[in-house]
Design a protein around this ligand. Structure first.
Ligand code: NAG
Ligand code: NAG
Ligand code: NAG
Ligand code: NAG
Ligand code: NAG
Ligand code: NAG
Ligand code: NAG
Ligand code: NAG
Ligand code: NAG
Ligand code: NAG
Ligand code: NAG
Ligand code: NAG
Length: 618
């Protein structure tokens, strides 16, 4: 009863308010169209991923009275009362949509944002072409699929068109395509576009010259969209249209098939703030004219074949927040001091670049840094303890350098935001004594291979969310402590304890407790006892070169996800469970060499030869 009173008051208040502001109430037919639109979906707060379900706005509609102009996400024209804007991004909408949807009765719409929902792989309805007043259309990240309809090209008032990031289960595999019509016919009449994002749409074409007619464009994103061709050609178009050159702020075409050199004319894009050319096939130098573009905050060119010195003009890029140069063929000596000015850096990737010299101490003054990847270089000397100043650091990769000396794990555990730490494969001695009561970062990936560890780092006891733990090639001896089974039970995917001096399990588990585990390697130790059973999720199970004894439990038969099973060089005995033969479709590698098995070899192995590799010997 009280509830109804509140609804009534709310309704009364809202209608009074709209009366006072003299805005007409919404039109009945549009209100019904909105309600029908809402009813055509499941508002699925359980099965929808969290990023698509932040503002379940339509849930609120029923509490917000009959005036749909006051509903969340809805905006009406002040004079006519027609719905002109509908923003239902991240509203947990789940279900399919087609051209019969009542949405298309809202013919006065100027802005439509349905991003971050789940339209269950529907095609983009061609009835959108009838919403001829649209200036803003955002259908990104919403599980649309198929060919983008020609109808979109009729929306000649569009200023923003975002069809990006519509993928299937694999987030890097786009489901939309732009072939018939192609990119050219889609955009040729959309001459008012300022913002165009076709990332992850399969465009499969060179960049169309018609883009040069989009003279208001300030942002062009098409990463991972199968554009190809010589980049120079694209710029010859741009040079002709200097109006475009002076306005473009965002050019994001990473992970396309562009090749060749970046032409000097890129220096004409005076307004450029965001340039992402990474993961393409670029060669040659970064042109010196790029040095003119000092407004750049984001420069990503990693994973190409750029040559030459790391350009000295970078010292003028004092606004830079994101710098990614890794995995090119830059002539590398020490990390250049031209980077010393870039005090606003949040992300620095100089991986796989043969840099020598020491870890630059000036870097530890860049307190906004969240991400450092210096892996696979030839850096020497010690890691400065001042690294503990980088309080915002989430990611630190120093894998495979020549760093030496002693580092205390405590230094890193002071970094409350740290999620990824790799110090593997240096000449470091990592001291793992940690102060017990300090509050610790919540690590996701920890790689400490070849770090001269002698004990399991104690702080791991309290880690709940680890996914990857690599402690291989150390000198950890004695028992695997029982607390290890409690660590990150739900999250752990990969664990590598191989090449240590482990002798036994303090408390041998029957089944390893990590419920998501995909890969475990405890090989090359001195482990005794019986063979632990991997959890059902396990694909790779490596225990070779130990002294494990007893039989292979028939419970192995349940682990049907196994692809690689290496039990070689142990003291296992008894019969080989017949069921392992049933795995022959998934199991790619089976190694039972150097054990004491007896009895028959499972019959299907003798006839069929489905295993690429299997060793059963002695
Ligand atoms: C979630 O998915 C399950 C299984 O597909 C289904 O039975 C259930 O109704 C869905 N929940 C909601 C709120 O839609
Ligand atoms: C749409 O709504 C979301 C969530 O309320 C808001 O963050 C976003 O700025 C809105 N976008 C537009 C274009 O109005
Ligand atoms: C469109 O969707 C509605 C509701 O989901 C359905 O009843 C109708 O058959 C569909 N129309 C077409 C042409 O697919
Ligand atoms: C979207 O919905 C489809 C089925 O309607 C489902 O298979 C898919 O997993 C959902 N995607 C996400 C990201 O929730
Ligand atoms: C678009 O509008 C025209 C004329 O109003 C109508 O004939 C047509 O069916 C509409 N198309 C769609 C797909 O709704
Ligand atoms: C583009 O506009 C021209 C002139 O307004 C028109 O003739 C042509 O049909 C339009 N093309 C598309 C694809 O809508
Ligand atoms: C660009 O616009 C000009 C003038 O409006 C027109 O002549 C030309 O054909 C257009 N270019 C392309 C590639 O459509
Ligand atoms: C851009 O850089 C080039 C080469 O560094 C230089 O010659 C040119 O004058 C610069 N242009 C402007 C507008 O600053
Ligand atoms: C940095 O910018 C100044 C002023 O534009 C210019 O004179 C200088 O040559 C630039 N430095 C480098 C290394 O490009
Ligand atoms: C780091 O910053 C401090 C002042 O905050 C300064 O005294 C010191 O010289 C800087 N260190 C390096 C290596 O740049
Ligand atoms: C490894 O650690 C031990 C002490 O635990 C030390 O004696 C030895 O020198 C270290 N080895 C290397 C290569 O640093
Ligand atoms: C193994 O599978 C059998 C039959 O599929 C089932 O009865 C048994 O509970 C499973 N055992 C474990 C430990 O999962």
């Amino acid at each position: 009863m009280g509830q109804y009173l509140i609804y009534f008051l709310l309704y009364f208040q809202l209608s009074t308010l709209s009366f006072l502001s003299a805005q007409p109430l919404c039109h009945e037919d549009e209100r019904l169209a909105l309600l029908q639109f809402k009813e055509s979906f499941i508002i699925d707060k359980i099965n929808t991923s969290a990023d698509r379900c932040v503002f379940p706005k339509v849930d609120q509609w029923k509490f917000q009275g009959v005036d749909c102009c006051s509903w969340e996400g809805v905006e009406c024209d002040h004079n006519t009362g027609y719905v002109i804007s509908l923003n239902l991004s991240k509203s947990c909408l789940h279900g399919s949509i087609n051209s019969s949807s009542s949405l298309f009765r809202l013919v006065h719409l100027e802005k439509l944002n349905l991003a971050f929902n789940n339209f269950s792989y529907s095609e983009i309805p061609s009835a959108l072409g009838n919403l001829s007043r649209l200036t803003y259309l955002n259908l990104s990240y919403s599980s649309f699929s198929g060919q983008i309809p020609f109808a979109i090209s009729k929306l000649s008032k569009l200023s923003t068109l975002d069809l990006s990031l519509n993928s299937g289960v694999n987030p890097s595999e786009g489901l939309l395509e732009l072939k018939r019509p192609d990119m050219k016919s889609l955009v040729q009449n959309l001459t008012r576009l300022t913002y165009l994002d076709l990332s992850l749409v399969d465009v499969s074409s060179p960049i169309p010259s018609v883009l040069a007619n989009l003279t208001s464009l300030t942002s062009l994103s098409c990463h991972n969209c199968k554009l190809f061709g010589k980049f120079r050609k694209m710029f010859s178009i741009y040079q002709t249209f200097s109006s475009l050159s002076s306005q473009l702020k965002v050019l994001s075409i990473w992970m396309t098939n562009f090749s060749g050199e970046v032409p000097a004319s890129i220096g004409n894009l005076h307004s450029l703030e965001f340039l992402a050319l990474s993961h393409c096939k670029f060669t040659g130098l970064l042109p010196p004219s790029l040095g003119n573009l000092t407004k750049i905050t984001h420069l990503g060119v990693e994973n190409n074949s750029f040559r030459g010195d790391v350009p000295s003009f970078l010292s003028n890029f004092t606004n830079l927040e994101f710098l990614s140069l890794g995995n090119n063929q830059f002539h590398a000596s020490e990390i250049p001091s031209s980077l010393e000015n870039l005090i606003h850096l949040e992300r620095l990737d100089l991986a796989q670049s043969s840099f020598t010299g020491c870890f630059p101490t000036w870097l530890t003054n860049f307190t906004q840094l969240r991400f450092i990847d210096l892996g696979f270089n030839e850096l020497q000397g010690e890691l400065p303890s001042s690294i503990a100043r980088l309080k915002n650091l989430q990611y630190l990769d120093m894998n495979s350098n020549n760093l030496s000396g002693v580092v205390e794990l405590n230094t890193f555990l002071q970094l409350q935001n740290l999620e990824f730490l790799s110090l593997s494969n240096n000449k470091l001695s990592v001291l793992s004594k940690t102060s017990a009561n300090a509050s610790l970062p919540k690590l996701v990936k920890l790689r400490l291979a070849s770090c001269n560890l002698t004990i399991f780092p104690d702080f791991l006891r309290n880690q709940e969310g680890l996914q990857i733990l690599d402690l291989s090639f150390n000198h950890i001896h004695g028992q695997i402590p029982k607390w290890l089974w409690e660590m990150s039970r739900k999250s752990l995917l990969l664990i590598n304890l191989s090449h240590n001096s482990l002798t036994s399990f303090e408390e041998p588990p029957l089944v390893l407790p990590w419920s998501s585990l995909m890969r475990i390697d405890i090989g090359n130790n001195m482990l005794q006892g019986s063979l632990p059973i991997p959890p059902l999720s396990t694909a790779v199970y490596l225990v070779s070169n130990n002294s494990l004894g007893g039989e292979i439990s028939p419970l192995f038969c349940n682990v049907t996800s196994l692809q690689v099973l290496d039990l070689s060089d142990n003291n296992l005995s008894g019969m080989i469970p017949q069921c392992l033969a049933n795995f022959s479709n998934s199991l790619a590698i089976l190694n039972l060499y150097a054990n004491n098995f007896c009895g028959p070899i499972p019959s299907t192995w003798e006839s069929g030869n489905k295993f690429p590799v299997h060793q059963l010997g002695s």
